[in-house]
Design a protein around this ligand. Structure first.
Ligand SMILES: Nc1ncnc2c1ncn2[C@@H]1O[C@H](COP(=O)(O)OP(=O)(O)O)[C@@H](O)[C@H]1O
Ligand SMILES: [Mg+2]
Length: 434
């Protein structure tokens, strides 16, 4: 009887996305006694093992909403940026469906760098000096009056490939041509942000909010470049740690008051209610902390380390955002002691062209290492064999009492996994160890 009541009270959840972030969210939600059936659309080889994958793409909003109606989904959780910026939350709400994530209007903070830079300027939030252009010749004229390096960014979403760090006039000209004339990032390049180059380590800040109150997560750090020593191209992220040992609680308080609070205030001033997760990316420069950009969702791989450290029931937190009760749960958010690390295993060639379809072995062995959980990103299960199916294939995560222990465990587990062409960074978290 009691069991029957619990079952009826359970919330069936639909997660939108197919990366390591979504596998980590599914892994954590699966532990909630309040979660009933769990679906992931479209999901990957890993989510298929603990939830039901649904073959609908993240941009098919009406189809997803119909699925949520049919299955009486109690909460839909949006992982990636594209559907958020495209307005999936508004579509679900127009169907009367409960959904976690910012509206199209609020997601502009990620979807338009022009919007976010203006917002920061207005709110006096520290960020790189910048100018905005919608014409290539005025952009080029601006570059002529500045020194190098200089940073040129497509304003819109460009799959993480719209940022050019230019060390010469020729490189800047090439960037402007690609973005504004050849339009290789399509409409994302209608406007460009040209900004000052900032030097220093990067950190990721995550604030969960209902638009009224927010909860600050511990600091984390992604590693954006493809190769050791921060060499090579920018990627979606090659590995993460949390918390960042040198980011003290005073620093976090400073970030809250100089960045997070003013950002939410500035949004409110524009009558924009942001519900979901705000993730400002920061650079720690000699001149102080500066915001590089905002994301309107969890970072990936950051989400993977957060889910390993979060003690509180994730459904409670997501529900609080949707129900505007973050003030009630704020005090009770708990984290496991210690550290989490994550190493991304990528396909050979990533972030450029790569091949897919190679069999993956060793995950079971890897997960026998203490503290290790392997999250899937670009994987697909065919029969009983797992194959590579994307650029970032797996995220090998580990927790430990110290950052070093978490990293050692993660790398030990990495050593047990194999697929053709596999590449990963060997220096995740290394700079934070010294
Ligand atoms: N002004 C800057 N100075 C130095 N590096 C930058 C600057 N802006 C961006 N970058 C680098 O480029 C990466 C991507 O830039 P970002 O603005 O976060 O764009 P997106 O994540 O949308 O591609 C950053 O993580 C950072 O490493
Ligand atoms: Mg970024």
């Amino acid at each position: 009887m009691r069991c029957g009541i619990l079952k009826r009270m359970a919330t069936d959840v639909l997660i939108i996305g197919s990366g390591g972030r979504e596998h980590a969210l599914a892994w954590k939600l699966k532990q909630s006694p309040r979660v009933g059936k769990l679906y992931v659309a479209p999901g990957n080889g890993g989510t298929g093992m603990l939830a039901e994958n649904v073959d609908i793409s993240v941009m098919e909003f009406e189809k997803l909403a119909r699925f949520a109606e049919e299955k009486r989904i109690g909460l839909t959780v949006v992982g990636p940026d594209d559907p958020l910026v495209g307005g999936i939350v508004d579509v679900f709400k127009s169907h009367g469906l409960r959904i976690w994530g910012p509206s199209k209007e609020a997601a502009q903070i990620e979807g338009s760098k022009a919007f976010s830079k203006q917002l920061m300027q207005e709110a006096k939030i520290p960020t790189a000096e910048f100018a905005l252009f919608s014409e290539p010749h005025t952009a080029l004229a601006h570059v002529r009056t500045h020194g190098f390096p200089i940073v040129i960014k497509a304003s819109g979403l460009a799959l993480g490939k719209g940022v050019y760090i230019c060390r010469s006039f020729e490189e800047a000209e090439h960037a402007i041509t690609e973005i504004m004339i050849e339009k290789i990032h399509k409409d994302a390049g209608n406007e460009v942000v040209i900004e000052e180059y900032l030097d220093g380590p990067e950190i990721s800040i995550h604030a969960l909010t209902d638009g009224i109150t927010h909860v600050l997560f511990p600091s984390s750090q992604d590693h954006k470049r493809a190769l050791d020593g921060d060499e090579g191209k920018n990627t979606g992220g090659m590995g993460a740690i949390a918390p960042v040992p040198w980011v003290t609680s005073q620093v976090m308080t400073g970030i809250d008051s100089a960045v997070v609070i003013p950002t939410f205030e500035a949004l409110k001033k524009r009558s924009i209610q942001f519900q979901g997760l705000l993730y400002p990316g920061l650079k720690v420069t000699l001149d102080g902390l500066k915001v590089l950009e905002y994301n309107a969702r969890f970072g990936d791989p950051e989400c993977q380390v957060y889910m390993r450290l979060l003690k509180t029931d994730l459904l409670d937190l997501l529900d609080a955002c949707v129900d505007s009760t973050v003030d009630v749960v704020k005090k009770s958010v708990e984290w496991h002691r210690g550290f989490a690390a994550n190493i991304v295993l990528a396909s050979g060639g990533y972030p450029d062209a790569y091949q897919k379809g190679f069999p993956i072995t060793g995950i079971e062995e890897a997960e026998k290492v203490e503290g290790v959980v392997v999250f899937h990103a670009g994987t697909i299960l065919r029969g009983s064999t797992l194959y590579t199916n994307g650029g970032r294939v797996l995220g090998v995560s580990a927790v430990g009492g110290t950052l070093k222990q978490a990293l050692d465990r993660a790398y030990e587990a990495v050593g047990k996994i194999h697929f053709e062409g596999m590449h990963f960074r060997r220096d995740i978290g290394a700079k934070s160890l010294s």
